[in-house]
Design a protein around this ligand. Structure first.
Ligand SMILES: *[C@@H]1O[C@H](CO)[C@@H](O)[C@H](O)[C@H]1NC(C)=O
Ligand SMILES: *[C@@H]1O[C@H](CO)[C@@H](O)[C@H](O)[C@H]1NC(C)=O
Ligand SMILES: *[C@@H]1O[C@H](CO)[C@@H](O)[C@H](O)[C@H]1NC(C)=O
Ligand SMILES: *[C@@H]1O[C@H](CO)[C@@H](O)[C@H](O)[C@H]1NC(C)=O
Ligand SMILES: *[C@@H]1O[C@H](CO)[C@@H](O)[C@H](O)[C@H]1NC(C)=O
Ligand SMILES: *[C@@H]1O[C@H](CO)[C@@H](O)[C@H](O)[C@H]1NC(C)=O
Length: 448
């Protein structure tokens, strides 16, 4: 059984600063070798507070709230909120959705998400880091000096059955004539790069291509008429963080009832892989409702705001996805390993220098927020037949050894002080490739 951990005492200031620094690393975007560093509030990713508004839900006629007119692309987000007030439940917004309608989980079906990591250097890694021309400098850990390579050699073994063996040709056949699209944040992008690397070696020279990095980036396998795409939408709904390069914002503003702009891109895909999580863990979010023409924004904590976004997304899925034509997956939260004291009491580090997985069945750290998981579960509960869950949280929780830590490209200049203390700038959020996201894709392959 897992434990939902709660932080009870406030962190000292240095811990907050340290944490904010690490969190900032998820906002690095590589494009033209530019770096966008998000100046973060001091809200901590480990600030686990369940919120009364957790239970706030959307009205039954929620879809009627979709904007009557589509906003123009030219909305000036910097002026979007003329003022802002605390969120209050709108009149008539009575909880009707999100009853925990728990998933089928037929007892005969094996839970492939419950298992353990075993070393299998015969089958893993599934590709070599240096052989993938589409590898990201954020994730190429060996290239950036990581001395150990064991982290590439673990295979996920479910307790009660076996995972289907990865087969790139078979995957490409499944994708023939189709568009596979990953939609979400940089963790989802990591999974997309993993998929491209997993597939590309099976495709001959000349018949594959990658479009320039943009909001929508497309890898094409010509002879299969297939594409594997990534669409940047870290908060799923429309927001002021939608620019894949320039999402450096003092405040985060979302339109909680508008996924339409993004949906017009992703509705063209045949297979969709969504994620969203860490961007909601950065303190309060401003909500700009489509009915609030006067620019009065409401402010809400991340969990409450994420619930609105998930509901809007779920409404889109509910009314637009025919499961016979489209497959939709939702990837649960990707854990972080910011505090080594959680798996090794008394220590004072993070994922830096970790070389082996956590060997403690059911280990659950503070990077994976329990209330968020339960909210996601209840929203997905009503989409049971339309969305498959890739519940990667528990299996990734064990992999404290899987993050880049200091072995990635850092675009900002590191100070001598930082360099003398590797823990201070370690990236314990993203994942090295080859590595953990390859296994997420093996799970995807298993279910396709
Ligand atoms: C639907 O929502 C609107 C608010 O936009 C409200 O005025 C109306 O009464 C609601 N209708 C129903 C049937 O709940
Ligand atoms: C919002 O609520 C918080 C805490 O409940 C309070 O401290 C703050 O003053 C409120 N802000 C506004 C603008 O009402
Ligand atoms: C796998 O590991 C074993 C023992 O650690 C080693 O003897 C063997 O050479 C390795 N095989 C490969 C393919 O690296
Ligand atoms: C290629 O795939 C697209 C869908 O992604 C389809 O519309 C098109 O007809 C396919 N073309 C061929 C030549 O099969
Ligand atoms: C593909 O091209 C690379 C270099 O451009 C070459 O080394 C490799 O042998 C080629 N592979 C195939 C299968 O033609
Ligand atoms: C994912 O699995 C965990 C157990 O590892 C479970 O507690 C959680 O509810 C699951 N999440 C969803 C969305 O099903």
């Amino acid at each position: 059984m897992q434990r939902w951990r709660q932080k009870k005492t406030p962190f000292p200031l240095f811990a907050l600063l340290f944490c904010a620094f690490i969190v900032a690393s998820i906002f690095y975007t590589e494009s033209n070798r530019e770096i966008q560093i998000q100046v973060e509030s001091q809200a901590s990713v480990t600030d686990v507070t369940s919120h009364a508004l957790f239970t706030a839900s959307l009205p039954t006629n929620f879809s009627n709230h979709f904007p009557k007119r589509l906003y123009s692309d030219k909305l000036d987000w910097s002026k979007a909120c003329s003022s802002s007030r605390n969120y209050s439940i709108h009149d008539g917004w009575i909880s009707s959705k999100g009853k925990p309608d728990l998933e089928s989980g037929s007892p005969t079906r094996c839970d492939v998400f419950s298992g353990r990591w075993i070393i299998d250097n015969a089958s893993h890694p599934l590709y070599n880091e240096g052989d993938c021309p589409y590898m990201s400098d954020q994730l190429a850990c060996r290239k950036h000096g990581r001395p150990d390579s064991m982290y590439q050699k673990w295979r996920w073994q479910p307790h009660d059955c076996n995972l289907k063996r990865w087969n790139a040709i078979e995957m490409l056949e499944k994708l023939r004539g189709k568009r596979l699209m990953f939609v979400g944040d940089s963790l989802d992008r990591g999974q997309w790069i993993s998929m491209v690397c997993l597939l590309q070696s099976a495709i001959g020279n000349g018949s594959k291509s990658m479009s320039p990095n943009a909001r929508l980036t497309i890898f094409r396998a010509e002879e299969y008429n297939a594409s594997v795409e990534f669409y940047w939408a870290p908060l799923l709904v429309e927001s002021n963080s939608d620019d894949p390069v320039n999402h450096r914002m003092a405040d985060r503003i979302i339109r909680p009832d508008s996924v339409l702009k993004h949906a017009s891109e992703w509705e063209k895909a045949d297979i969709l892989i969504f994620n969203t999580y860490l961007w909601w863990r950065q303190g309060n979010i401003k909500l700009l409702w489509s009915s609030d023409e006067d620019g009065v924004c409401e402010e809400l904590d991340g969990l409450g705001a994420m619930k609105f976004a998930m509901e809007a997304w779920a409404d889109w899925v509910d009314s637009n996805v025919n499961p016979l034509e489209k497959k939709v997956f939702f990837v649960t939260m990707s854990p972080t390993h910011l505090w080594s004291r959680e798996w090794q009491p008394g220590s004072d580090g993070n994922c830096f220098d970790e070389k082996t997985p956590i060997n403690m069945d059911g280990y659950w750290g503070s990077g994976s927020d329990g209330p968020t998981m339960r909210m996601v579960e209840s929203v997905l509960g009503r989409l049971e037949s339309k969305v498959s869950i890739l519940n990667i949280t528990q299996l990734s929780e064990y992999r404290k050894d899987g993050h880049p830590s200091i072995y990635r490209k850092f675009w900002e200049t590191l100070s001598p002080q930082q360099l003398s203390n590797p823990v201070s700038y370690s990236d314990c959020i993203h994942w090295c490739l080859p590595g953990v996201p390859d296994v997420w894709n093996e799970l995807l392959f298993h279910f396709l």
